[in-house]
Design a protein around this ligand. Sequence first.
Ligand code: NAD
Length: 326
Amino acid sequence: MAHLPTTKIAIIGAGGVGATIAYACLIRGVGKHFAIYDVNRAKVDAEVLDLNHGLQFVPMATLEGSDDIGVCAEADVVVITAGAKQKPGQTRLDLAGANAAICRKLVPALQRAAPDAIFLLVTNPVDVITYITQKLSGLPPARVFGSGTVLDSSRFRFLIARRCDVAVQNVHAYIVGEHGDSEIPLWSSASIANVPLKDWAVPRHGKLSVRDQTEIFQNVKDAAYQIVAGKGATNYAIGLATAKILEALLNDENRILPVSSLLNGYRPIGSADDDQAIDDVCLSVPCIVNRAGVGQALAVPMNAAERAGLRNSAETIRNAIRLLGF
Ligand code: NAD
């Protein structure tokens, strides 16, 4: 080997999501050494072989895989994608029991292998899995977070961009709350090039109507169901989204991303005196991501309906967590 690996990313699960995260990271040059662990030896060997055959065409990196968790030794970041995925018609919360059981076994073993790692959860229902991983591990909340609504927000921005005929990179808009059916679109703070979205006039259409907004948000919520119905699983956008989160983390970027983290005493800007703070639950609001993991959850502006939606989403996630005995 010409050089020693510097940054090690361990990916748990060599399924569609795990393999695509590795592929996206390799292409973007995020991370120098990759270890993929899966209980399915044939699958992990095949994915790693295929990825290794592309190393000539990407920034310098090394990649290994195994059905022995020891392959994750000394990883800087552990990305968990192992577990059941949605079948057509299933919600993400339907996966909670099966995937929580996998985490109960995996997390202590991963902590033994990679005691200094930051844990990034992708397995669904990601908010529930993030919460139980933090509790099972006893790690500081900064070192355990989930991909959350980074993906949903990119779906939201894509649909707004297409409706308004501008580049997706010029749209600023967040989906917050659960990565799932109770998520909330923050229309009140959405903007294009500093113009509030509510004032943005689409050529030959005018301002977005309530009907336009409903249609866009329904599409965001239905996106995974639509993709699962067509090809069985989602992988590309979550692969790219996770690579972006890892880039923010490993490059110490202080990037603001709507990741899922443990919130305590969270109050959005605009909260009324009698609005209850969001406590003891993992969900997504814009947070600072850097080399220490997930930092401050930002108090962003929300109107009364958005704040009520966030509290309802928190309750939905908390109920799912309680059902698992946490
Ligand atoms: P998949 O079935 O293709 O792959 C899952 C892999 O996990 C399999 O290869 C399986 O062998 C492995 N696995 C199972 N138990 C394991 C264990 N104990 N240790 C190691 N490996 C184990 O599924 P997928 O499409 O890759 O999806 C994976 C997860 O990611 C699902 O829960 C899915 O819902 C979730 N997901 C999350 C998002 C998000 O935005 N958070 C987006 C897409 C998918």
